[in-house]
Design a binder for this molecule. Sequence first.
Ligand SMILES: *Cc1c(COP(=O)(O)O)cnc(C)c1O
Length: 392
Amino acid sequence: MSLLDHYADQLDSLKHQGQLRQFTSAQQDGRWIMVNDHQMLNLSSNDYLGLAQNTQLVEEFFDLMPTSAKRMSSSSSRLLTGNFAEYEALEQALSDAFLGRAALLFNSGYHMNIGILPALCDVRTLILSDKLIHASMIDGIRLSKAQYYRYRHNDLTHLEQLLSQYHGDDKFDRIIVVTESIFSMDGDETDLKALVAIKSRYTKVMLYVDEAHAIGVRGERGLGCAEQYAVIAQIDFLVGTFGKALASVGGYLICDPIIRTFLINHMRPLIFSTAQPPINMAWTQFIFSKMQDLNAQRLQLKQLSQQIQTDIRDLGYACPSSSHIVPIIIGEAQATIDKAKQLQQAGFYIMPVRPPTVPKGGSRLRVCLNTTVDQQDVINLLKHLAHSSFKS
Ligand SMILES: *Cc1c(COP(=O)(O)O)cnc(C)c1O
């Protein structure tokens, strides 16, 4: 038996269960996506403000950049020779926007989430996390020395039960509560005001909140749910990514200056990885600045989101969303795959999401809205959805 058989067998079994992951070659063109010569409306994109597909912005940016600024590699970690002025300028812009708090940049949101918690946590740290946090935070928790319990999704009463159970335990010096603001699979959100109120009652508690799906989309200046609910100063570790609404790449942390310095000294993915190319930093700063003025687009996205949530519930589907990420919960995996296929044939690029990504019986179609989608698109989609539910 070849050593490869072990892996080939597992791939066969994934394929058999209809769970084999594959790259599909797709071309994106504005609001459209082409897969195998079939054009569909892209309802699976993270480009929530349509900025990544805005070629005018790209032209404007490159017109501003002299060739000397078009540096495509930093050639080292920021701790060696890779700390270009572009990093410090972007961190300053973030700091200015986020009420003067310190800012630290990372190569990606994944780097950020697998690096921060292992650096900050020792065996005397307890992590309490929402059950549905993103894989990157789960990996970060696993790499850390902390003890770890999960509370039921968005159930802050359960969180408080765990806190009252463990807060008095001398084994723990600190308790870090880890959550997302807008959740990537359910599109629902944590009540950040309530979370901050809980923190104020427990002296050992620090909050870690991932705004990957909220940055650019929430708050008057697009700074996320923390801005929307006026709790920027109360969240100890406020993180997010530039890879979604901000049309770029990278992660950021807003924190106390002590934490920033501590991470520069202890966070392995920051210390031991070549920093992003300076040109990317300059682009992120360009977009970060533009994005703050797009409140009209944010309001438009909000209205469209509310419309589709209502319409989906009116059709009789469960839909936990309160955001632009709108799952249509079908339940059974095969029925979900069939429905996704029907909608794709009808011209809507919507992906089915099944276990193990979501709990058993919770298979769903995941619709991601962006500002290039309009009311008529939603009306057309709902027509097809009603039609296909009638057929099955
Ligand atoms: C996408 C995502 C990340 C990863 O960010 P990248 O910049 O793509 O690596 C982290 N957390 C959450 C909640 C995400 O949705």
